[in-house]
Design a protein around this ligand. Structure first.
Ligand code: G6P
Ligand code: ZN
Length: 541
């Protein structure tokens, strides 16, 4: 086996976004494309000699090939050991767990999260640092800079490894351990959540449906829910990860998890429904007859976490991304703990978690997590919910209603305008930005603008500043509209409009009716229809 140094030239488009480098599969199939990016990552790790690297992905199309390539480049770049999930699989939270537990220098996570897979679908490469979290902006900027200057990559000429056989083999100078992708993760869950209480819950006849969406959480959910906790066989559906996710869009929301929604809203709904996304970091929670918004889920878990052994000592603080509803802030105020507001993107929670300022955090985009890893964690959220249901003995739908009765309800919806022309999306944002100062006091759709600004974040730990993180319009009627451009799309631009309205005395009104004036005000103030040619959003969640 020899190390080859292959001359290369830069690609102009290897700028990591919110969550690593994401492109259509054919882009990653261009010769040298993967090699360049992985070498650029390694070039930013001067202390990699002899270090441990974690590699795994969500099983989507190209996963196995890129695992093999990454291993050979790692072996040629001085790493001492690589830990790879069996079959090349590791859910994103499990990768974070393995990086932390085994003292790795970092990990390469192959995923485009909830984006569709298959030969025409999306692929992605993300680098996580030694704390187990997505690389911070300083690191991704360094990787990007390196991709612009790269002139060679190093790769070991070797046969492909057998990724399906557990155990350690040598790849040139580097040891490769193929590990059970579930084991370390399951051990961590056992330490945080009361498995005995959940076992008793299932033994009492509690019925659940978990939709793994033909993506990576299938093996995790089967092993933990059905294998360890005694949920009935068949509780986990779409449990086998497929390279194209069975042609589905593995995003756990009411639109893409339609079958689960139909079952949970139907006459014979099980007691609890949940789903996770392509790489296992997102979650969706549904009670019988009632979808629980991610923002509400974060608030409810914050209020109830104390029942779980991992959180019995109390919470240091909580955090939510800015567009996430303010429901969790109300709980934090009651608990007397601090609530932080961060830009969209899980990486912003990393510093707060590392500094011990927060214990739980979450986002409207179906991410919930805690200080146990440095990624959001879909199955963990589901297990914590089960722990709460077991400990309180309260049906999920009653728990949600009791929460609204106690704290009031933050009615919430997100309107997405997908694949809009980039210029048109920018025109909406630039136009609104230019008018922010003149909005306060304006009456529109029966609401009064109380304040309008552009969110900028000053990280309380390292003082770093992140500008232009969304336009906010606050209404005097306890309502809010937020506008931002998605950082994860792979075609054109996606404009997101987040709408919310708080009500104390009316927790059971139809969401659409409650939000109608906010929707109207948001549309009229931003002039979306005229600037984009879109009368309606493409997706409402
Ligand atoms: C990924 C990140 C999340 C983030 C989401 C937002 O899932 O991991 O932290 O909330 O993207 O995506 P957007 O498309 O709204 O930028
Ligand atoms: Zn994901």
């Amino acid at each position: 086996m020899t190390v080859k140094t292959v001359p290369t030239t830069p690609f102009a488009d290897q700028k990591p976004g919110t969550s690593g480098l994401r492109k259509k599969v054919p882009v990653f199939q261009e010769p040298r494309y993967v090699e360049n990016f992985i070498q650029a990552i390694f070039d930013t790790l001067p202390e990699r000699d002899g270090a441990t690297l974690v590699i795994g992905g969500d099983g989507r199309f190209l996963n196995r090939e890129v695992v093999q390539t990454a291993l050979k480049i790692a072996a040629a770049n001085g790493f001492g050991r690589a830990l790879v999930g069996q079959g090349g699989l590791l859910s994103t939270p499990a990768a974070s767990c393995v990086i932390r537990k085994h003292g790795a220098i970092g990990g390469i996570v192959l995923s485009a999260s909830h984006n569709p897979g298959g030969p025409e679908g999306d692929f992605g490469i993300k680098f996580n640092t030694a704390n187990g979290g997505p690389a911070p902006e300083s690191v991704t900027a360094a990787i990007h800079a390196r991709t612009r200057a790269i002139d060679a990559y190093r790769i070991l000429e070797a046969e492909d490894l057998d990724l399906d056989r557990l155990g350690t083999t040598q790849l040139g100078p580097m040891a490769v351990a193929v590990i059970d992708p579930v084991a370390d993760y399951a051990a961590l869950m056992r330490a945080l959540v009361d498995f005995d209480a959940i076992r008793r819950l299932f033994a009492s006849g509690f019925r659940m449906r978990f939709d793994a969406m033909s993506a990576v959480t299938g093996p995790y959910a089967r092993a933990i829910l059905e294998g360890e906790l005694g949920a009935a066989p068949g509780t986990v559906v779409n449990a086998v990860p497929k390279p194209d996710f069975g042609g589905h869009h593995p995003d756990p929301n009411p639109v893409h998890a339609a079958a689960l929604m139909a079952e949970m809203l139907g006459p014979d709904a099980p007691d609890f429904g949940a789903a996770s996304d392509g790489d296992g970091d997102r979650n969706m929670i549904v009670a019988p007859g009632l979808f629980v918004t991610p923002s509400d889920s974060l608030a409810i878990l914050t209020a109830q976490a104390g029942v779980a052994p991992g959180y019995a000592a109390g919470l240091a603080g909580v955090a939510r991304s800015m567009p996430t509803s303010r429901a969790v802030d109300r709980v934090a105020a009651r608990l007397g703990i601090r609530a932080y507001e961060t830009p969209t993107g899980w990486k912003f929670f990393g510093n707060l978690l590392d500094a011990g300022l927060i214990t739980l955090c979450g986002e409207e985009s179906a991410g919930t997590g805690s200080n146990h890893v440095r990624e959001k964690d879909g199955l963990w959220a589901v297990l914590l919910w089960l722990n709460v249901l077991a400990a309180t003995g309260t049906p999920a739908q009653s728990l949600v209603r009791a929460h609204w009765a106690e704290y009031g309800r933050d009615y919430y919806a997100r309107h997405d305008y997908e694949e809009v022309e980039t210029a048109a999306a920018n025109a909406v944002m630039d136009g609104l930005r230019a008018r922010l100062a003149e909005l306060p006091g304006r009456r529109v759709a029966g609401l009064t603008v109380a304040a309008a600004d552009e969110f900028r974040y000053v990280d309380p730990v390292d003082g770093s500043v992140t500008e232009q993180q969304g336009l906010r319009i606050l209404f005097a009627e306890d309502a809010r509209a937020v506008f931002r451009l998605s950082g994860t799309g792979t075609a054109g631009a996606t404009l997101r409009v987040y709408l919310e309205r708080y009500a104390v005395d009316d927790p059971d009104a139809p969401v659409e009716a409650m939000l109608a004036p906010v929707v109207e005000a948001a549309r009229s103030l931003s002039d979306i229809a005229r600037l984009t040619g879109r009368q309606e959003p493409s997706v409402i969640t």
